[in-house]
Design a protein around this ligand. Structure first.
Ligand code: UDP
Length: 329
């Protein structure tokens, strides 16, 4: 059985579906601090999953899982992930993302579960020194969120050396899109991400999309990011799981599309797909935002045999379908 922490959240729920579709037994562990009960109820309608409500900050909660279920590997998503919020409240980021993971790793080692796939982030690179960013790029996170991911990656290296805990660190670039046919998608109580915010400004009358800064040193002045579809992204977890089982070796992979789009280009693409002019305001830069993040994810393509299949248009369309579902929740 595979333990998915944070499986009621955005990427975690998509990952659960990926494994369930491939007939794996899944246990989801979540405290619903960011994830949603409705997602679990919805998955239960179609799939046979075990769900345990618990908080990684309480070690007893996660010990319970390892004592009561036969876990063969862990895919660890549970974390806070809003860059700007992490600048305002670093304490809760270190507590949840670092201390929570420490409890998880200790419980794994105590129970002799020695395989983990970790949801890391391109935020650990900080300001890009060269583009595209490969896995050898220096690690200088510029916000507490990125620092928590960096610290956990270091912890994982140490736990491998000391206890033989093997880990695959997957460094995500910007994840978008939704498996709306499974009734899952991006659902944050306070939405901070680009694509859902543009779409919300179409679907919600009182919401105006804001561009955070148009004075960056990029072609149109807005930040550049590498957007990868969540359905492609979770497939990489499936491949990483098999790699870990076959080779029993720790490794690190970037997961991105190898293409960069500015905030304005994403906005223009959404307007084009929806065939409407969406009102927006330009406001000042958001804290903690690096100017450009663009992946070189050829290692995942070559070693894991991963490829991205969804186009930017397909991802945005799927996110739009999901936003319409979400509006009725
Ligand atoms: N962004 C924006 N308006 C929004 C949300 C995001 O201009 O309402 C910008 C943000 O400043 C960044 C890019 O879009 O340059 C991607 O931000 P997002 O929060 O989606 O992902 P992040 O890069 O922070 O992981």
């Amino acid at each position: 059985m595979i333990l998915i922490t944070g499986g009621a959240g955005y990427i975690g729920s998509h990952c659960a579906v990926e494994f369930l579709k491939n007939d794996y037994e899944i246990l989801i562990f979540d405290n619903f601090s960011k994830g949603h009960r409705e997602i679990i109820e919805n998955l239960k309608l179609k799939y046979n999953i075990v769900f345990v409500e618990g908080d990684l900050r309480n070690k007893a909660d996660i010990d319970f899982v390892f004592k009561n279920y036969k876990i063969d590997a862990v895919i660890h998503f549970a974390a806070f992930s809003e860059v700007s919020n992490s600048v305002l409240k670093p304490d809760i980021y270190y507590e949840n993302n670092v201390l929570g993971t420490l409890n998880l790793l200790n419980s794994m080692v105590e129970n002799n579960v020695l395989s983990i796939i970790f949801s890391s982030s391109a935020a650990i690179y900080g300001e890009a020194k060269h583009i595209p960013i490969n896995e050898q790029h220096s690690l200088k996170p510029i916000n507490p969120y990125g620092k928590t991911k960096y610290i956990v990656e270091e912890m994982l290296e140490d736990y491998d050396r000391a206890y033989g805990l093997k880990s695959i660190k997957l460094r995500y670039f910007n994840v978008i899109g939704a498996d709306y046919e499974e009734n899952i998608g991006e659902w944050h109580d306070v939405e901070t991400h680009l694509v859902p915010n543009i779409l919300k400004s179409v679907l919600k009358k009182d919401f105006i999309f804001k561009i955070f800064g148009d004075d960056y040193k990029t072609d149109d002045g807005t930040c550049v990011r590498d957007y990868v579809d969540v359905r492609d992204l979770v497939y990489a977890h499936f491949l990483a799981y098999k790699y870990l089982k076959d080779y029993k070796k720790s490794d690190i992979f970037n997961l991105g599309s190898n293409k960069g789009y500015s905030v304005k280009e994403i906005y223009d693409t959404v307007c084009e797909i929806l065939n409407c002019k969406i009102p927006y305001e330009v406001v000042k830069r958001r804290n903690g935002d690096p100017q450009i993040l663009l992946a070189d994810s050829n290692k995942a393509r070559n070693v894991l045999n991963w490829s991205t299949k969804k186009t930017l248009t397909e991802s945005i369309q799927s996110a739009y379908e999901w936003e319409k579902i979400l509006k009725n929740y």
